[in-house]
Design a protein around this ligand. Structure first.
Ligand code: PMP
Length: 435
């Protein structure tokens, strides 16, 4: 895999879902090759940087960007719910009242009133914390990177769920971690298998998405949450809880976050506004014991000094003025309807070729392909029919384990697009069955 990634990063081979890997035609490649005497760029890239290339994911994203394509490939809330008028008023007020201050640098840990507001919001979820335990970050993607930079050295073992968030796999690979996959079932990570693995392996950290997991939609059951925390506390291993979907429940509220159940200061918890408001502000936060926050803030100073203060002010106002609870109610209603609509449309159109778990929350359907259909064949066929989906391979440490899975987002397309997208996917599945 690493040889493959190095060749791909050097532009010498190119991989396409469904078409396999080809050696790039040197005539086409001439533009990007160094002229005689120039800088040999591909040879200069740090080996770890080449771990960033995921051809399957790249193909899905290229398809999703086409204007004629309906995208089931993204991970965003329903855009029709974005509270744009409120945001406009808040930004206007912020600039009017505090423009000069909010257009300066701010403390790396975050805008102090926002840290306070996040602490009270988190206390309502049962998390014992104060503003000192909060680090505001430029999206939880940055949060994960800071955690990985601060704790993981090349060669360290990191326990991850299998499947898990593709972006986290990329980060852990990029800092040189070795990955220890722990299978997930409908009740989340199989903690008893983690326990067995810990008998002879010692990961540097355990990364988990306990609530409405991306991509499987599974939620870690309460008894497993307690078991996981007990194991981690006894072994002295940090648990990184990536929890962007907790508020997006459609049937019943999920169990408390790990950070609320934690008695031993084991948990580093990440949250983001990307999935409950919109991703464009790039605001998220980490809650952790104070020494961890301090260390992560030092790493953040290397990366971007601080998080955009104007956007932090707007999120502070959302929390402080209690604008979030009614917005969440609306999102839950709209998302629940979209989930049910896509499930019904797929049941009508996919002819039994797709078995989707019904997620109790979050943004995704995790679907298994029947009849030996492979994701890497379906992704390009679906793109030809005008619908973008993400292949299961991207979510596994060993990509082969994901070859008969795809992930479909059900919240971003409007209802008519969900129905039409399901039809297109149905046509793609039929084409593969006939082939
Ligand atoms: N963690 C998980 C599990 C996610 O699904 C995502 C977004 N897809 C992120 C982190 C990154 O979110 P943000 O936009 O806050 O960087």
């Amino acid at each position: 895999m690493s040889a493959y990634r190095e060749l791909a990063a050097a532009g010498l081979i190119s991989g396409h879902v469904g078409r396999g890997t080809v050696v790039v035609d040197p005539a086409q490649h001439r533009e990007s090759r160094a002229p005689a005497g120039g800088v040999p760029w591909p040879q200069l890239f740090a080996p770890l940087a080449t771990a960033l290339y995921d051809p399957a994911l790249e193909d899905a994203m290229i398809a999703a960007a086409r204007p004629d394509v309906i995208s089931f490939a993204t991970g965003q809330p329903a855009p029709e719910c974005y509270p744009i008028a409120t945001v406009r008023q808040l930004l206007d007020e912020a600039l009017h009242r505090e423009g000069a201050r909010l257009l300066q640098y701010c403390p790396s840990e975050g805008y102090p009133p926002l840290r306070e507001a996040i602490a009270s919001w988190s206390q309502q979820a049962g998390i014992r914390c104060t503003a000192e335990n909060v680090l505001v970050v430029s999206g939880s993607q940055q949060g994960l990177y800071l955690v990985a930079r601060a704790l993981v050295e090349p060669g360290d073992l990191v326990a991850v769920e299998s499947p898990t968030y593709a972006g986290a796999l990329q980060i852990f690979r990029a800092v040189g971690a070795r990955l220890l996959p722990i299978p997930v079932d409908e009740f989340g990570m199989r903690v008893s298998l983690l326990e067995r693995a810990l008998e002879h392996r010692r990961p540097k950290l355990i990364y988990t998405l306990p609530t409405f997991q991306n991509p499987s939609g599974a939620t870690l059951a309460l008894d497993r949450r307690l078991h996981l925390l007990d194991l981690a506390a006894r072994a002295g291993i940090p648990v990184v809880e990536d929890d962007p979907y907790r508020e997006l429940w459609y049937d019943a509220p999920p169990p408390p976050p790990l950070a609320a159940l934690d008695q031993a200061g084991t948990v580093i918890s990440l949250t983001t506004v990307s999935k409950i408001l919109f991703p464009g502000f790039r605001i998220g936060w980490i809650i952790a014991p104070w020494p961890v926050i301090r260390q992560l803030a030092l790493v953040k100073q290397l990366v971007d000094l601080d998080t955009n203060p104007l956007m932090q002010w707007a999120i502070w106002a959302f929390l402080e003025r209690r604008l979030l609870p009614p917005h969440l109610e609306e999102l839950r209603r709209v998302h629940r309807d979209r989930r049910d609509l896509l499930l019904a449309s797929l049941a009508a159109e996919a002819n039994g070729a797709l078995h989707c778990r019904v997620p109790a929350g979050g943004l995704y359907l995790w679907c298994e392909l029947a009849d030996g259909i492979r994701a890497r064949d379906l992704v390009p066929e679906a793109a030809r029919q005008g619908v973008a989906i993400v292949p299961g391979e991207s979510f596994f440490v060993d990509p082969a384990q994901g070859r008969s899975f795809v992930r479909l987002n059900f919240t971003y397309p409007a209802p008519a697009a969900l129905v039409e997208g399901a039809k297109r996917l149905g046509r793609a599945l039929s084409a593969l069955r006939e082939a």
